[in-house]
Structure formats: C-alpha cells, structure tokens
Ligand binder design. Structure first.
Ligand code: SF4
Length: 593
C-alpha cells in the first residue's frame, strides 16, 4: 500500500486552477521529486497535501490519502496531529519560517509529541540538534534565529520537521537560498536522515541535478499538470525522459561540455492558468506538436518500468522525440587589449565587536589581483560572503577601497574623485542578481534605458530612440517594450531589460553578479545564450560572479576562485573544473550536485 496517494487532485484559488488533475503516489521509504519551473503548481500541490492552502484556496476535485485515510474529510484536530507525526514540511525560506522572538530550542520543542516532561523535551531537542549537525547544542538551544547562519537555520527547520517523527518529509526547495557547499551539506543531511529513519521523502525542486541526486522517482510538472513520471538515479539521470518539455529542460542545462554551443531555449512563455484549456498545455511551445495536440488533452501512456508520459506522440509505436541538437555559437576570440586590471585590491569594513564603542576591522577583500581582456569572460567564484560582490562594487567605485588599485581601459581610476570618475563610469556596467528589485518600478522601459545615456552623454539626443529600439532587438525584446513598466514582464525579460540598460551606455566591461540565480532553467539558458553572444559579437569583457559552476563551465574562459577575501586559485575554466589544485576548489567542485 502507498504511504501517500494523490488522485486527480485539482486546487482552485481566486478563479485559477494552479493544480489540475494531478495523480501520484509515494511508497514508504521512497524518495519522490516533483520537478518543474516557477508557477507550475509544485508548492501548491504540497500545501494541498498538508491542507495548508492559502486563504481562498480549496481542493476542487480529487482526493489525498495518507496510510489509507482520506485527508479531505478529517477534522482539523486530527489533521494537526497528522502534520508533524505523519507528514512534515520544510519550507524554502528559513529566514521567514522561523519565529524571530522564540529561541530555537522552544521552537523545536513545540513540534514534539505532547505528554513529555520539560526534561524529556530538552533531552530530545538536544538530540535533534546534534542529529542535524548544529555545533554546541547545549549553548545553541538558547539562541534566536537571527544568531544563526542561513545553513544553520535550514538545519533547525529540519530538526523541527523531524521532531514529530514523521513518516513522510516534504522538502520545498530546501536549498534554493544556499550556496553550493551548504546546498550539498543540507541535501546529504536530508538523505541520510531519511535513510536512517526509513522516512519517505517528497522533494520539490526546479533543479534537475538535485532531483537526480536525491530521488528514486521524478514527476515533471508543467502549467499545473503532471506531464511525466519516471524512475531516476544518479547514473542515468533523466536520460529516459520522453516528454518534449522534459527533454528541452535537460538540453537547457549549462555545462562545460556545452561551452561553445547555444543552449536549448523554449520559445514563448508558460500559458496563463487563468483560462480554459482543451489540448496539451505545451502545444504552443512544442516543436513536435501535430494535429491532435492543440485540440485534445493527451491521456497518460504507460511506457513500462514505472515510466508514464502524457503526450500524444507516445501513442505512436516507436516514436520518441529526437535528442535536441545544440547549435554552435560563433567562435569566441578573446582579444589582447586589457580592459580591466585589478592589483592588490583591498576593502576593509569596520564592524562592531559587541563591547561599548568596540570596533574591529574585517578584511572583506584581501589583496586580489587579476586582468581581463576585451572579449574575455572571467568567472569569480566562491561561497556567499567570500568577497566577490564587494570586489565588484570596489571596481565600480561603489565601495571605498583601502588599498591597491583598479585600472579601467588603461587608466588607474581607483583614487579618482566622483567628478574625475564620471567619464569612466560608462565603461563598466553591472547586471544585478535580482531582476525584480534592480529596475525602477515607476519608470517605463524606454526611460530606464534613456536615463543612463542622457546622464553619461552617450550618443546624440536625436539618435537615442533609434538606439534604444536596436538595443531591445539585440536582447530579444519587442520594440513596444519601451512603453511598458517592469511589472509587465517576466523574470527573464526583466533580466534582459537590465542587460539592455547596462549596454545602453556602450560599456567595455560588463559585471554580471549572479545574473541567473533567480531564474528557472529554461530562462537561465536564454540569458546565458545572450551573454555568450554579447561576449562574441560585441567584444565585451565580462566579470561573471557566481556560485553556479555549471554556468561557469559554459560561459567563462578563465576562473578565479575566492575564499575569505583572497583569490586562492586561478586558471583556464577547463583546468579549474577538471584539474583543480587547491583543496578549497576541490571541495567546491565535490559539492556540485
Ligand atoms: Fe508536444 Fe503534442 Fe506531446 Fe504536447 S502532446 S508535448 S504538443 S507532441
């Protein structure tokens, strides 16, 4: 008997059906991953299982059973017991999921079964803290969430979820906010605990690598529906996938092997769920669509060995979509002209010590040096807090430097006054991580692009409208985007606007600070393709700041690895990713899932 059985589940909220006719089951001790891009209905499915839908949301059709008991009819008091002892959930964002005014010990104790004495509760909390790898549990039990790092908070969330000894752990993007090393540690911890406790796992993720590493079986969701389920393992991954959407996702993942090729991009956008559907929801974007696709909803087809797919192609014997052929990019030819030279750069911050008027200096960037030529991409990699972004801000004159120098286009600019630096400001531009907060929501796109050109005197005023239209075309946006506001665009389109804004002032150096970390895999592919084109066709020098080593392998010519403010290793991308020398680099690479 399945531990969890979901049959034809549909969720309705504010006139929209974010989950439509979803069915799957999870056996005891099994690890199942629900995989898909933002807004496809993964988290809403999990919330429906826990009966924790947001206000106005309801299960419109279908049913969920746990150990044979149908959950829809259970009284709320019974459901409260089931949440914790039957199913427990780890949420994506530990920062907002923990109570900031309660100690972590009290928060974990709240989730323990009732009837324990205070001493028994304390002993159990200490045991759980130790189990999830929190150092010094005796001291930490009295800490508040703000005293913990992001990784430690996620461990507390796991301890809280385990407190009721659940049979099924639902983990909703448990590592999205963490860097590569912490991600590997948390995933290993979840996998180990699930194995030790014989606990089933339902993992919600948009990361194909995480699904492959953690799950025995994967369900792929698209626009509110499950479109494919198949067994998966670390060796073969999703190689057997049939559905054209799954196969496109696989071909959109960047890697060292795909450097020099255009990643697969899925044309168009996910359809709005605020409309009735008749046929396959992927039909408008599918290269294999044929006559029945737009008119008839495909049935489930069993392909054997636990593999099932919802696609009309599967009905036809021996028909399987061909492997995606990736098109070659124009050859990259890094120039010899040095655009950026950083020599012994240092940035020091003063930090309070906790004693009255006490301060100490923190060396955020500790004597880093590198050069970057036109048409070349250098990746600056390392864990959160290693000084990558501070170094970028220092290069751009946005943070005061305490030592060393920065040379832009042959001139040492690091000690220039604001007035002296102004003519050089257009030479180096930055694209930030979050396309949602980096554009002024009150300005139309045309004005956003015009602002920098006017302020820095780029081009003649009469030619700027034409230049903006050309820029929008270059980054793959329609010319009518000029009259729209940022909120009218998707995340990927906003990142294109941010890139167009940077290009509007004709820079020689583009600093990209985690430009794809907030994006889904298919949108990430579009942005990486665009950056690869810009490097090749515009001869832009790019400083690519990231902890995504797959994107580094795809895009960068050279890599500099940063740790605690210092560069510990540099080399060609191939050398660093295949033959790392420094133990820290080796550790980073081993953490990649
Ligand atoms: Fe493509 Fe048709 Fe299959 Fe949908 S049903 S994925 S449109 S081939």
């Amino acid at each position: 008997m399945s531990l969890l059985k979901v049959e034809n589940l549909s969720v309705r909220i504010a006139g929209v059906t974010p989950v439509d006719c979803v069915s799957f089951s999870i056996g005891a001790g099994e690890a199942f991953a629900l995989l898909g891009e933002s807004g496809c209905g993964k988290s809403m499915t999990a919330l429906a299982l826990m009966r924790l839908l947001p206000p106005g949301g309801r299960i419109a059709e279908g049913q969920v059973s746990f150990e044979g008991e149908v959950l829809g009819t259970l009284p709320e008091s019974h459901m409260r017991t089931l949440r914790g002892r039957g199913m427990a959930m780890i949420f994506q964002e530990p920062q907002t999921s923990l109570n900031p005014v309660m100690t972590i010990g009290d928060q974990i104790a709240e989730a323990l079964p009732t009837g324990m004495t205070r001493n028994e509760q304390k002993a159990e909390v200490l045991k759980l803290l130790e189990e999830v790898g929190i150092p010094h549990p005796e001291t930490r039990i009295h800490s508040y969430p703000f005293e913990l790092s992001g990784g430690q908070k996620q461990r507390i969330m796991i301890a809280q979820a385990l407190a009721g000894r659940p049979k099924l752990l639902i983990a909703d993007e448990p590592t999205t906010a963490l860097d590569v090393t912490l991600q590997a540690q948390i995933l290993q911890l979840i996998k180990r605990l699930a194995k030790e406790r014989g606990m089933a796992l339902m993992l919600i993720t948009h990361d194909l690598g995480v699904a492959r590493k953690m799950a025995n079986r994967v369900g792929i969701m698209y626009a509110g529906q499950l479109v494919e389920t198949l067994p998966v393992d670390d060796e073969t991954g999703l190689a057997r996938a049939f559905h054209p959407y799954t196969r496109k996702l696989m071909a959109a993942v960047p890697s060292l092997e795909r450097a020099g090729q255009r990643l697969a991009a899925i044309p168009g956008r996910v359809p709005s769920l605020n409309q009735p559907f008749t046929g396959c929801r992927f039909a408008d974007r599918c290269a294999h669509a044929f006559s029945p696709c737009a008119a008839t909803l495909p049935e489930w087809n069993n392909l054997g060995d636990g593999h099932a797919v919802r696609c009309h192609l599967a009905v036809q014997a021996d028909t399987k979509p061909e492997n995606e052929t990736l098109q070659p990019l124009k050859a990259a030819v890094p120039g010899t002209v040095c655009v950026l030279a950083v020599r012994n750069l240092q940035v020091t911050f003063a930090q309070r010590t906790g004693q009255l008027f006490g301060k100490q200096n923190i060396q955020a960037v500790d004597g880093i040096s590198f050069e970057l030529a036109a048409g070349e991409t250098l990746a600056l990699v390392g864990e959160s807090g290693c000084g990558k972004t501070t170094a970028a801000k220092a290069i751009l004159g946005l943070t005061e430097i305490s030592g060393g120098e920065v040379e832009l286009d042959g001139r040492t600019v690091s000690h220039f006054s604001e007035h002296q630096f102004k003519p050089f400001r257009r030479l180096a531009q930055i694209v930030f991580q979050d396309p949602y907060s980096s554009l002024n929501p009150r300005m139309r796109v045309g004005d956003i692009l015009l602002e920098g050109m006017t302020a820095l005197g780029v081009g003649k005023a009469s030619g700027r409208t034409k230049a903006i239209a050309a820029l929008l075309e270059k980054v793959g946006l329609d010319p009518d985007a000029t009259g729209k506001y940022p909120h009218e665009f998707s995340g990927g389109q906003r990142q294109r606007i941010a890139i167009a804004r940077a290009l509007a002032v004709q820079p020689k150096l583009l600093i990209c600070d985690e430009p794809t970390s907030a994006l889904d895999v298919s949108v990430q592919a579009q942005i990486l393709n665009l950056l690869a084109d810009l490097q090749r066709e515009e001869g832009l020098a790019m400083l690519f700041i990231t902890h995504n080593l797959a994107a580094v392998g795809y895009l960068a010519n050279r890599v500099a690895v940063m740790r605690a403010g210092k560069i510990v290793e540099t080399g060609t991308t191939r050398d660093i990713l295949i033959r790392p020398q420094h133990p820290y680099t080796k550790g980073l690479l081993e953490s990649v899932v």
